[in-house]
Design a binder for this molecule. Structure first.
Ligand code: PAF
Length: 292
């Protein structure tokens, strides 16, 4: 692959039209590895670490900023989802070789767009899928549409959205998509709190309280020996009792099928969702190494 065209280096190119982006990428595709970081904006260091990672292996990185209505099952959640495009563009302007795709809803979902609803099967009925009906159908719809627009070689997703990552891999396999999905480690605050756009809706006090999430996950990993998954879940539930957070679910699952485990297997994974005030947070951790 050749070096990226210096003509656009140092200038943040921003596209809102599908056609304009596709025309631009058509000129780049032959010679450059195109990376893609899909986001819903309200960018933070976690997103920027995905861009950094993408730039390690791609000459050109497309960052999309699009709050996808199709993946919100709760209209209030969609309404209060943080948006800050000016700050987002400011953060991204530090990168060379990055272009931004910031489309409208009509541009992503034109009236004449044909799509087939994709079903994540049993990967989509547990955890987030059972508490947020329709969420993953909406994620798959937008991710497939964005893949069709950008046609990236590599796409970068954070492991914080563990179930989303598994479902996107599943979708790529099912549809035979020629794209490499690259999982990037969860980016955390010094306190251990997983970085999320939703964190900006937490007060300082709530941010402090929310550290119980990662402390609990770490305690689970440290106490795995001699305990069953059920006992470890009980330990985690106890830790939440006087935390001020409301635990929505905590599961220990098979990392591939995402089904709950009663016995340990390599890669056993703990995933949880909790409410801190009116902000819903998720996180996960690998409890048992994949390879001993
Ligand atoms: O993880 C997210 O921010 C969103 O689910 C994604 C992948 C950008 C699709 O809207």
């Amino acid at each position: 692959m050749s070096a990226f065209n210096p003509m656009i280096m140092g200038v943040l190119k921003t596209f809102s039209s599908v056609i304009a982006l596709r025309n631009f990428l058509a000129q780049q595709r032959a010679e450059n590895c195109i990376g893609f970081v899909p986001t819903m904006g309200a960018l933070h260091e976690g997103h920027l670490s995905l861009v950094d990672r993408a730039l390690e292996s791609c000459e050109l990185v497309v960052v999309s900023i699009f709050v996808n209505p199709a993946q919100f099952n709760d209209p209030a959640d969609l309404e209060t989802y943080p948006r800050d495009i000016v700050h987002d563009l400011e953060l991204l302007s530090r990168f060379e070789s990055v272009v931004v795709f910031h489309p409208t809803v009509e541009e992503v979902y034109p009236e004449d767009l044909q799509w087939v609803d994709l079903d994540p099967g049993s990967l989509g009925t547990v955890m987030e899928g059972s508490f947020r009906p329709g969420h993953f159908a909406g994620v798959m719809r937008v991710v497939k549409r964005l893949f069709d627009i950008v046609e990236p070689h590599q796409v970068f997703f954070g492991e914080k959205d563990f179930q989303q990552l598994a479902i996107i891999r599943f979708m790529c396999n099912e549809l035979g998509l020629n794209v490499e999905i690259i999982a990037c480690p969860t980016n955390r605050e010094a306190s251990g709190l997983a970085r999320s756009s939703r964190n900006r809706r937490l007060s300082e006090r709530e941010q402090e309280k929310a550290t119980i999430i990662y402390r609990t996950l770490k305690a689970m990993r440290e106490n795995v020996h001699g305990k069953t998954p059920e006992e470890l879940i009980a330990l985690a539930e106890n830790m939440f009792v006087s935390s001020g957070l409301e635990l929505e679910y905590i599961e220990i699952v098979d990392p591939h099928t995402l089904q709950p485990l009663t016995d340990w297997i390599p890669g056993s994974h703990a995933c949880l969702a909790a409410h801190c005030g009116d902000v819903r947070l998720i996180d996960n951790i690998q409890i048992v190494p994949l390879f001993a």
